[in-house]
Design a protein around this ligand. Sequence first.
Ligand code: AMP
Length: 508
Amino acid sequence: MNIANLLERTATTYPALPSLAYGKEIVATYREFADQVAGLAGALRGKYGLDAGDRVALIMKNHPEYWIALLAVWRAGLVAVPVNAKLHISEFRYILENSDSRLAFATAELADQLTPLVNELPALDAIISVQDDSYQALKTEGPLALQDADPDDLAWLFYTSGTTGKPKGAMLSHRNLLTAVLSYFADVTAIEPGDAVIHAAPQTHGSGIYGLPLIAKAGIQVTPESGGFDPAETLELIANYPNSCFFFAPTMVHRLIGSPAFAGADISNLKVIVYGGGPMYEADIRRAIAAIGPKFVQIYGQGEAPMTITGLSAALIRDEGHPRRSEILASVGTERTDVEVRIFDENDRPLPIGEIGEIVARGDVVMQGYWKNPEATQETLRGGWLHTGDMGCLDADGFLTLKDRSKDMIISGGTNIYPREIEEALLTHPLVEEISVVGRPHADWGEEVVAFVVAKSGTLPTPEELDRHCLEHIARFKRPKEYFFIDELPKNNYGKVLKTDLREKLAG
Ligand code: AMP
């Protein structure tokens, strides 16, 4: 099944319901959405002469046209290459070239930057600005019927964030995306017609994939006018849209409840905040539940198995009386309905309950491999399991606890130390706002533990009191040997802390 079928079906059954919104304004019904998609698909195969399987990039700030372009690409039997709009022009160039994209849809300012690349990249025929009249005219070229797609046909090239080396294109099929949609209903929440997903996070990433379940069930895709995450605007949109749903990086949850606009805001419309993509510390999720109520679901996955590998359900997050409340909140939940998870040692042998090793997963949500990179595919998918590069352990109740990326693990005096445990401990200190722990090379020990601390505004915790706090919570040898107090942690465009930058800071 072509994933664009989701729209076709909903437009047939609910033609008059709202589908796309820009801020508080509804900009298309489902019939209008589907008609524009069919017209644009016609232009892609007709005017631009693209063939089935050709790649089309979407380099757009969050914008309602993203949905029209994305669905048109699929309807026409083409492959979408959604690209984070905050990347550098050299990264856009790399992704366009690596994917051999024939066209790119872009929001206005990005289109200006990208247009010179048409002369540099042989495969690239045009950059189409979705804010131009000529783009609107494409939708009237003559509709194209929904093209057939095999479940294993490629639908989405998902470029990894490339925190180590060049980004790689994870190949996601129509089956992978449909699995993500079905497992949303199985593990996250049901959707009713008229529910809204508000895209405060990039549509090219998790938030965008979580737009699809709403298309399947006649929900509304709301793009904030700011194109991103502004806590005050987000709160206004919640007040406007009944049953509003979100995908948030953990730092966004933190920023929402910490914003001055939060006090007194009406959040009764909020249906669910799905959080994931980076660590949510126990102290932070407890604070968030206290502020918002238990309207959370956690997911853990990666571009290679999007939406996702494990999940922590709303029911478990609500269960305050659970005897293992603490461990559960600090975990990333249990296997998703459609996924198997194991912990492997360095020789790919399964490890017993409680032992830490590499998290591996298999199921219909796992990518087909990396685009034009058979060596990385073979390495990552060896033995039929996705090797996530994340370290963790499973407990007897099936909960997965993430330690760290293998490359973030600290080895000191031959002992493995997982920064996350130290970060969890220090975050319970009342003066600590944010924290990141990394290893610093050490002549005798190999590495030693150091911490970068963002203190609560207006406070000045001392290394001695943080050290005392550690002694009360974690083993003596895991305490940071030095604390660096900084104004903010370096983060990438998805809000993930860049430990590589912190390590470079130390080296410099
Ligand atoms: P990406 O492919 O950019 O989505 O990054 C995926 C990586 O983010 C994973 O391999 C994890 O290291 C991290 N990650 C994703 N979800 C979570 C989560 N719920 N808790 C902690 N880390 C996460």
